[in-house]
Design a protein around this ligand. Structure first.
Ligand code: NAP
Length: 253
C-alpha cells in the first residue's frame, strides 16, 4: 500500500469530505474575463507559465497542455522542457521571461531555496511580473519562505497565491492533487479552473503562510497515521493474522 492508497483508505475510514470539484477545462476560456493582461482583450485565452518540470511539475504541465491551455514552460535543465514543447508548449529561457510573457505563472520547485531563487533571484519571476499578472507557487516550502516570496511578488503590483499540493506522482498524472491555497482571494478565483484541471480538490485558507502551515500539519498527521498503520500490520502478523487481510478489512471502514 503506497501513500495515496493509504490516504484513500484513511479518508473513507474517517469519512472526511473534500470539496470535489468537477474537471473544469471547459471553463478555461472564461478565465480571461477575470484577468487584465496588458494589451489583450478579454476574449483572448490566458497565457499560462509553468516553472519547474520535475516529478510533479511535468505531469501537472502535461495535464494543462492536454486541456488546451496556452502554456509556456521553463526548467533549469532545459532538456526536460523538450517533451512538452513537442506537444505544443512554448519555451522561454528564464523565469523572468516566462512571467513577462504570461498572465499567470505556476512554479513547482524542489525546496525553499530553489523557490526563492526562481521567484526573487537574478532573471527571476519578480523581474518580469507586474500589475495584472499572478504568480502561484505550488512548491512545498515553509511559512517564512512563502511570505518572503509573497513580499517580492506583491511589491511589483502582481498577485500571489501559495498552493502546496497533497498527493504524489500518480495523483499528479491523474489530475487528482489536493491544493492547499492561501494568499490573494481574487487570484484564487482566477486560477481555480486550472487547479481543477490538475487536481480533484482545492481549499482556500486565508493569509499567505496558512497553506504552507496546513501542508506541514497534514504531512505530520499522515506520517503519524502511517506509523500506526505499520504497527498494526506488525501486530497482526505477531498474533497470527494475515496482514493482507487486515488491509482488506481496513479498506471497508
Ligand atoms: N514528489 C512527490 O511525491 C511530491 C508530493 C507532494 C509535494 N511535493 C513537492 O513538490 C515539489 C517538487 O517536487 P518534485 O518531486 O517534482 O521534485 P523534483 O523532481 O526533484 O523536481 C524539482 C524541480 O525543481 C528544480 N530545481 C531544483 N533546484 C533548482 C534551482 N536551484 N533553481 C531552479 N530550479 C531548481 C528542478 O530542476 P532540474 O530539472 O534542473 O533539476 C526540478 O524542475 C517539492 O517542493 C516537493 O516537496 C512532491
Amino acid at each position: 500500500m503506497n501513500c495515496s492508497q493509504f490516504a484513500t483508505t484513511m479518508r473513507s475510514a474517517f469519512s472526511l469530505h473534500h470539496f470535489n470539484s468537477p474537471r473544469l477545462s471547459r471553463h478555461v476560456s472564461n478565465v480571461s474575463a477575470s484577468l487584465q493582461p496588458q494589451g489583450q482583450g478579454t476574449d483572448t485565452p490566458p497565457r499560462i507559465g509553468f516553472l519547474g518540470l520535475g516529478i510533479m511539475g511535468t505531469p501537472m504541465a502535461l495535464n494543462l497542455i492536454k486541456a488546451g491551455v496556452d502554456l509556456t514552460v521553463w526548467n533549469r535543465t532545459k532538456s526536460k522542457c523538450d517533451p512538452l514543447i513537442s506537444l505544443g508548449a512554448k519555451y522561454k529561457p528564464s523565469p523572468e521571461e516566462v512571467a513577462a510573457s504570461c498572465d499567470l505563472t505556476f512554479a513547482m520547485l524542489a525546496d525553499p531555496q530553489s523557490a526563492v531563487d526562481v521567484a526573487c533571484g537574478k532573471h527571476g519571476v519578480a523581474n518580469g511580473i507586474g500589475p495584472g499578472k499572478g504568480y502561484v507557487d505550488v512548491s512545498t516550502v515553509d511559512v517564512d519562505t512563502s511570505k518572503l516570496i509573497n513580499g517580492h511578488i506583491k511589491s511589483t503590483g502582481a498577485l500571489f497565491l501559495e498552493a502546496p499540493v497533497s498527493g504524489s506522482k500518480k495523483p499528479a498524472e491523474d489530475g487528482q492533487l489536493i491544493f492547499l491555497t492561501a494568499g490573494d482571494r481574487n487570484l484564487y478565483e482566477t486560477v481555480a479552473p486550472f487547479l481543477d484541471i490538475m487536481g480533484k480538490s482545492k481549499f482556500y485558507l486565508g493569509d499567505v503562510g496558512n497553506g504552507a502551515a496546513m501542508k506541514l500539519v497534514v504531512n505530520m498527521i499522515m506520517g503519524s497515521m502511517m506509523a500506526s498503520f505499520s504497527e498494526g500490520l506488525l501486530l497482526s502478523e505477531k498474533v497470527g493474522l494475515d496482514p493482507k487481510v487486515l488491509v482488506e478489512v481496513f479498506s471497508y471502514y
